[in-house]
Ligand binder design. Sequence first.
Ligand code: IPM
Ligand code: MN
Length: 351
Amino acid sequence: MYNIAVIPGDGTGPEVVDEGLKVLKKVSKLYGLEYKTKVFNYGGERYLKTSKTITDEELEELKSFDAIYLGAIGHPDVKPGILEQGILLKTRFSLDQYINLRPVKLYNKDFCPLKDKKEEDIDFVVVRENSEGLYKGMGEFRNKDTKDEVAIQISHNTRKGVERCIRYAFEYTRKRNKKKTLTLCGKTNVLTYAWDLWQRTFNEVAKEYPDIKTDYAHVDATTMWFVKNPEWFDVIVTDNMFGDIITDLGAMIQGGMGIAAGGNINPDGVSMFEPIGGSAPKYTGKNVINPLAAICALGMLLEVLGEKQAAVSVEKAVIKIVKTKLKSLGAGKMGYSTTEVGDLVVEQLAK
Ligand code: IPM
Ligand code: MN
């Protein structure tokens, strides 16, 4: 019996989570999985009423679940940063979800903005460090509000934090068993403290994985290769900030935010799965948002729970729908409503 915490969150979060849960219900019937869900109202609406983001007790409770399924966090009436830091980042850090896993896979070449790229050309995974770097929030103001003001923002990288991320990426590349190539994406030519540590750690850990080919690309060049030669990549490992940036570009080349999913993973604890697109306030309540990213996130959740067959069948159903039914992956342009797309996936699963 799986216990799943559901945080629908803000904006279109609840709409896409509903479709994901519809798919979970169906796939559980098909594969004999048993699960319970508990819904939590963390998000912008609750914050506006109570001034609460997420409390330590609430985080403790989340630790007792097998997985967390998240819609979106972000509210137009809340100052930027409060919910992001107070809910999303706090949960990632408190639950030590030190990996942010973001697959970039093109399901239908018609939805790719790159010219002449086929489905097989865009199929890689970004392993983003999810607990350190610039996201640690270290820094200070000096001489604030004077003409001599200085703002210092520190990228904090520990050997342990870097090593566990790199090790995860090597293991993942081996298990994925495709091109067996792991690329370190960094900035060794300028950020000579952080990326020296990353490079040294990468080289050392690589010795334990003679079956994995290794490569290095600067982050600026990586964005170029994403557009020019995405087919070169298999698995990419990078720090928190660079991972944040390159995975938005990754989402675009796989067809857009409508299809991009991610997992905040604690390999020894509770992981949290989410569509990476945000709360999309302007589409809220219109039944037009694409639920496939949330459905793909559910697929990742099943995979991490160890339900490989169920996960594969969800992905296969999504691919079929994307290839044969949808006119576009964009909100309001799919040719179907949010709930209809969820129904299509459920129907496809039954076939
Ligand atoms: C993401 C988001 C978050 C991040 C924001 C909302 C804090 O952009 O999940 O990529 O920067 O990690
Ligand atoms: Mn981001």
